[in-house]
Design a protein around this ligand. Structure first.
Ligand code: NAG
Ligand code: NAG
Ligand code: NAG
Ligand code: NAG
Ligand code: NAG
Ligand code: NAG
Ligand code: NAG
Ligand code: NAG
Ligand code: NAG
Ligand code: NAG
Length: 409
C-alpha cells in the first residue's frame, strides 16, 4: 500500500501591491540553513501548516507509525511557535476523525505539537475521503478566520493512495489552490497514481515520490528546503546612505562613484518612499601639517602613516555612532535602512568588517559597490557585480525588491 503526502502552500498575498507608492511587498524567498549534520533547518519564518492525514484500513499500523515519525522529524526542522510556524492536523479515512485532530491554536510549542502528533493512533476505515480532508483543512483549519493575515498557509495531506472519488479530490484541491494554497504532493510506493498526485499538487514540481516508508526519511531535507518559505514584509519607506571615502578612492574611482550614484538612485524617488544621502570623509587630515606640527622626525613619520590607512572604516563608524538613521537625522522609524559602501580592495574589506557587523546588528541592509569589480565579498552584505551600469541596475533592482536581498544573507 502506499501513502501520499500532499502539501498545500498558500502564499496568500504574493503580489507586490501596485501603487503610486512603493507599497509593502510580500515576496517569498528561501530562508534556510544547513545545520552541522547537514540537515536543512528552516528558521526565521512564519507559516500556517495544515496536515491532512489518511488513516484508512489499507495502511499497516507499523507504516502509519513510520509516517508519524516522519512528520515529527520533518517538523523538528522548523521554528514552531505562536508567531512562527503553527500546525493543525486532520485525520481522516472513511470520515473525519476529529478526536485525533487539532487546530492551529491547539498547541503553541514545538514540543507540544510533536508530542501531540506522536499521540495519534491509527484509526482504520475502508474508504479514502481525501477530498473531505482537504476541504476541512482549507475551510475549518486554514480558513481566513483562523490564519494570520499575510502569513503563508501550508497544507499537508497524507493518504494511502488514490481517493475513491478522484474528481472530488481534484475539485477540492483546486479550491484550496484558488484560495491561495500552493499544493505539494508526496507519494509513497508505486501504487500512487501520478494523476491523483498531480490533481492535488497542481504542478509536477510540487510532487514528491518515495518507494517505501523507510525512504521517507531520505526526503526530509528536500522537503524542508521546498517548504522553507518566508513571508517577507518590508515597509514601503527606505532610507539610503552611500558610504565611501574619497581619500581612499582617489579622483578616478571617486568619478566612478559619482557615476554609480547618479545612475543608481531610484527615478522619482521622493514619490516612492525613498530618502537618500551620502557619507564621505571630511578632510582635516588631508590639508597636511603646518610647520609647527612635526617638531620631531618621528612625529612627521607617524603623521605620514595616517595617509596609508583606509578612511572608510571611520566613515562607517560615524554613520553608526552618530545614528545616521535616527529620526533626529531625518530617518523614518519604520523605514528599511540601507547602506551602500564603496569598497575597492580586500584590505579595506577586512578593515570594515567590524563596523559592517555593527551596522548589520542595527538591521541595516548593506551593499558593496566595487569600482574594480574584482570579487570583494563581505559576509552579510550583497556585492554588486559588473561595470558601473550593471552595478547600478542591480542596486535599483534590490532597492525596489527588498526581500530579494535576504537570499544573500
Ligand atoms: C477546529 O476549529 C473549527 C472551527 O472553529 C471547529 O469547528 C473544529 O471543531 C475544530 N477542530 C478541532 C479538531 O479542534
Ligand atoms: C500524549 O499522550 C500522553 C499519554 O496519554 C499524555 O500524557 C500527553 O499529554 C499527550 N500529549 C499531548 C501533546 O497531547
Ligand atoms: C529506499 O530504501 C531502500 C531500503 O532502505 C533502499 O534500498 C533504496 O535504495 C531506497 N530507495 C531510494 C530511491 O532511495
Ligand atoms: C535548496 O533548494 C535550492 C533551489 O530551490 C537549491 O539551490 C539549494 O541548493 C537547496 N539547498 C540544499 C541545501 O539542498
Ligand atoms: C506606506 O504605506 C502606507 C500603508 O500602506 C501608506 O499609508 C503610506 O502613505 C505609504 N507611504 C509612502 C511614503 O508610500
Ligand atoms: C588624522 O588621521 C588619524 C588616523 O586616521 C587620526 O588618528 C587623527 O585623529 C586624524 N587627525 C585629525 C586632526 O583629524
Ligand atoms: C511603524 O510600524 C508599526 C507596526 O509595524 C506601527 O504600529 C506604527 O504606527 C508605524 N509607525 C509609523 C511612524 O509609521
Ligand atoms: C580580493 O580577493 C579576491 C578573492 O581572493 C580576488 O579574486 C580579488 O582579486 C581581490 N580583489 C582585490 C581588489 O584585491
Ligand atoms: C532588528 O530586527 C529584529 C527583528 O525584526 C528586532 O528584534 C531587533 O530589535 C532589531 N534591532 C534593532 C537594533 O533595531
Ligand atoms: C556595461 O556592460 C554592458 C554589458 O553588460 C554594456 O552594454 C555597457 O555598455 C557597459 N557600460 C559601461 C559604462 O561600461
Amino acid at each position: 500500500m502506499m501513502w501520499l503526502l500532499v502539501f498545500g502552500l498558500a502564499l496568500t498575498q504574493q503580489v507586490t501591491l501596485a501603487s503610486k507608492y512603493f507599497q509593502e511587498s510580500l515576496i517569498h524567498v528561501k530562508r534556510n540553513t544547513l545545520a552541522d549534520n547537514n540537515n536543512i533547518i528552516c528558521d526565521h519564518q512564519a507559516f500556517e501548516l495544515g496536515i491532512v492525514l489518511d488513516s484508512s484500513a489499507s495502511i499497516l499500523p507499523e507504516d502509519f507509525t513510520k509516517g508519524i515519525k516522519f512528520l515529527q522529524d520533518f517538523l523538528k526542522r522548523f521554528d514552531i511557535g505562536i508567531d512562527k510556524v503553527r500546525v493543525a492536523i486532520v485525520v481522516y479515512s472513511n470520515n473525519l476523525h476529529l478526536e485525533k485532530s487539532f487546530n492551529l491554536s491547539a498547541y503553541i510549542t514545538k514540543d507540544a505539537v510533536i508530542g501531540a502528533i506522536g499521540n495519534i493512533t491509527h484509526a482504520s476505515g475502508g474508504y479514502t475521503r481525501t477530498w473531505d480532508g482537504i476541504s476541512y483543512m482549507r475551510s475549518s483549519q486554514l480558513g481566513h478566520q483562523w490564519v494570520r493575515p499575510r502569513v503563508p498557509k501550508i497544507g499537508m495531506v497524507i493518504t494511502d493512495g488514490n481517493s475513491q472519488e478522484g474528481r472530488k479530490t481534484k475539485s477540492q484541491a483546486s479550491i484550496a489552490r484558488e484560495n491561495g494554497i500552493i499544493m505539494f504532493a508526496l507519494g509513497v510506493g508505486d501504487m500512487v497514481g501520478q494523476t491523483e498526485l498531480f490533481n492535488i499538487a497542481g504542478d509536477n514540481s510540487r510532487i514528491f515520490r518515495v518507494e517505501s516508508y523507510s525512504n521517507l526519511t531520505s526526503i526530509i531535507n528536500t522537503l524542508t528546503n521546498k517548504t522553507c518559505v518566508v513571508t517577507c514584509t518590508k515597509p514601503n519607506l527606505t532610507d539610503v546612505y552611500y558610504v565611501f571615502s574619497q581619500s581612499d578612492l582617489g579622483l578616478d574611482k571617486t568619478r566612478w562613484v559619482t557615476d554609480f550614484i547618479s545612475l543608481s538612485i531610484v527615478n522619482n524617488y521622493e514619490n516612492k518612499g525613498f530618502k537618500y544621502d551620502l557619507r564621505s570623509d571630511q578632510c582635516p587630515n588631508e590639508s597636511g601639517f603646518w610647520l609647527d606640527a612635526n617638531k620631531r622626525e618621528q612625529d612627521f613619520r607617524n603623521n605620514l602613516k595616517s595617509y596609508n590607512v583606509p578612511k572608510l572604516p571611520v566613515v562607517i563608524q560615524h554613520l553608526r555612532s552618530e545614528a545616521g538613521y535616527s529620526e533626529a537625522k531625518g530617518g523614518r522609524r519604520n523605514a528599511t535602512k540601507v547602506a551602500i559602501m564603496v569598497v575597492d580592495s580586500n584590505t579595506t574589506a577586512e578593515l570594515v568588517l567590524t563596523e559592517v557587523n555593527l551596522l548589520l546588528h542595527q538591521n541595516v541592509t548593506v551593499f558593496v559597490a566595487d569600482p574594480t569589480n574584482s570579487g570583494i565579498t563581505i559576509r552579510g552584505t550583497t556585492t554588486l557585480k559588473g561595470n558601473v551600469t550593471e552595478q547600478s541596475s542591480q542596486l535599483v533592482y534590490y532597492l525596489l525588491n527588498p526581500c530579494k536581498v535576504l537570499k544573500s544573507m
